[in-house]
Design a protein around this ligand. Sequence first.
Ligand code: UD1
Length: 366
Amino acid sequence: MLKVINVVGARPNFMKVAPIVEAMRRRATEFAPMVVHTGQHYDARMSEAFFRDLALPEPDAYLGVGSGSHAEQTAAVMQRFEPIVVAEKPDWVLVVGDVNSTLACALVCAKLGVRVAHVEAGLRSRDRTMPEELNRLLTDQLSDLLLTPSPDADENLLAENIPRERIRFVGNVMIDSLYAQLEHANRSRIREELGVGRGTDYAVVTLHRPSNVDERAPLERILSALEQIGARLPVIFPAHPRTLCRLEEFGLMERVAALAPRLRLVEPLAYLDFLRLFSGAKLILTDSGGIQEETTALSIPCLTLRENTERPITITHGTNRLVGTDTATITAAAFDALANPRESLPPLWDGQAADRILNALLEKQD
Ligand code: UD1
């Protein structure tokens, strides 16, 4: 029986850990799972709502670290996670993705000599100004088992001299959640609530990267593009708390409000509401990592408002296009994507990744 601590910290972690914990509970003779929530995300809409929608069990421990500078947040997670690992003596600690909690917990374990498995290993944007890229690079160096979502990730790890026996290509576990929850999402009335019910074409936008929202200029360029796209079809904009703060700070709220109802700013949505909303969209504009993958899995055109992506497979095998933050480029790409949708699926994005992850843990244990 393997005792595994599963770490969650921020919004994009929950949908990756949920199917893994669910599979561990189903295979209860082989696995004894625990869930530790670092509290990096703490607003009900950024955290609790996801536990409910994804049927994640209550965390066994909640570390309550909250917000802070990168150093403060990373250090707080380390300090509060270490005593749990020491007390629980797990066989494995499983971390996912690339947030500060991921690196902090991997580092604690590496120093204690406790084995770490990293889910979503090997992704690289090659942009070291992104905090997530540093988290990815370091977490992969520290982990004993690197579970990759796509073949490009294996290649990246091998190029960094990580031994092949530490790497397992298991596919994309976030897509397990997506497929498992699609039907449940039909119960959501979010499309009707937002006035984009049956038969209405609409787009969805999400923005939260510091490089897009922490300065006024890129945020304004993106808003100008949304204005033009909004003239063609309504745009729904569920905004991350950081983005809402910046729009206020830059005095841009009035401009956004003036674009209603063609651009509708709403609070962050829970998992099932967001799934219901974006699965009916004709177009998504985003700077999120996960949404690039979810749109590929559902064949929805996606424009990524960044200069690079750590998920190139969503471009080579999916619906994603990198467009940056230039107004004219975004607008032209939006109209082209609406006219010429694409469709194809990367290998092992089949809803079965969680069981492959569990099998890899068992194999590596021997
Ligand atoms: C984090 C991740 C990012 C991920 C994103 C998804 C890192 C380095 N970044 O970025 O990779 O794509 O989550 O959402 O780990 N805040 C709240 N309520 C919350 C959480 C945050 O109001 O529940 C506000 C706070 O003002 C905080 C700010 O958002 O200072 C940023 O939160 P933080 O966790 O530092 O980073 P994210 O931008 O959310």
